[in-house]
Design a protein. Structure first.
Ligand code: MN
Length: 264
């Protein structure tokens, strides 16, 4: 399969190397990734400066690789729109250093790179390692081959992706695979105020995830019990059960416009 690999930790991160080289053992792999860390940049696009792509030789066995001075979404868009001759059949993002669970997916550059692939019409997968230290990238990289195989065999509906979180364990320590829903990952966000050399206050966003009890079917709980978590995600954010109710609220924009105009 022709696979595009990207990430948000940057092209020099160990996670993308493990992922690209593992997939390249069986597939035609192209890497297009940010030239520096762009974690938590969400789905941002670069509109006000040019994008530059520079070929690199950092990965064994891949068919091509570029570093880009943009965001994860920029990288995937540029790969589809300019760098690759033929569109990839699968987009894989990661392996992120740290989990992307529950509400993390909204902020995650890792998930956004995969999401961009899904928007552009390819099946897509985001991989995150659920730890910031003691990093077993090889476990997740090896599992990526199984995932690529499944995507090839099975039909993934259009505009969808799989968000996969792998516990940072040696393969023999894993407690299996679980298909999950997104949990709620709250953070006790703390802005730590400091004072600069001119006496002005500035802030660092710090804080820790609030590890509360969750429904057993969530990604948070799967990873907590040593299981690989797979959550299917789609792009359509419409809340269908609320369509009729919001309709019933009654909307009279015309009256209000007239009233406001008169007062003005
Ligand atoms: Mn990251």
């Amino acid at each position: 399969m022709r696979i595009l690999v990207s990430n948000d930790d940057g092209i020099f991160a160990p996670g993308i190397k493990a992922l690209a080289e593992s997939l390249a053992r069986e597939h035609e792999v192209y890497v297009v990734a940010p030239d520096r860390e762009r974690s938590a940049t969400g789905h941002a696009l670069t509109l006000h400066k040019p994008l530059r792509a520079e070929e690199v030789t950092l990965f064994e066995g891949v068919a091509g690789s570029w570093q880009v001075n943009g965001t994860p979404s920029d990288c995937v868009k540029l790969a589809f729109g300019a760098l690759l001759d033929t569109a990839p059949q699968l987009v894989v993002s990661g392996i992120n250093r740290g989990p992307n669970l529950g509400t993390d997916v909204i902020y995650s550059g890792t998930v956004s790179a995969a999401l961009e692939g899904a928007i552009l019409g390819a099946p897509a997968v985001a991989f995150s390692l659920a730890s910031f230290d003691d990093l077993h990238y090889a476990t997740a990289a090896h599992f990526a081959l199984e995932v690529a195989e499944k995507v090839r065999e099975q039909h993934m509906p259009s505009r969808t992706l799989l968000n996969i979180n792998v516990p940072s364990l040696a393969p023999e320590g894993l407690q299996g695979v679980r298909v999950t829903k997104l949990g709620i990952r709250k953070y006790n966000d703390v802005f730590e105020p400091r004072v600069d050399m001119r006496g002005k206050t500035y802030y660092w966003l710090a804080g820790e995830p609030d590890e509360q009890e969750e429904h057993p079917d969530t990604d948070v709980m799967a990873v907590r019990s040593g299981q690989i978590s797979i959550t299917p995600i789609h792009i359509d954010l419409t809340l269908y059960p609320l369509l009729d109710e919001v309709e019933r609220w009654g909307w009279t924009v015309q009256d209000k416009v007239v009233e406001t105009t008169r007062k003005g």
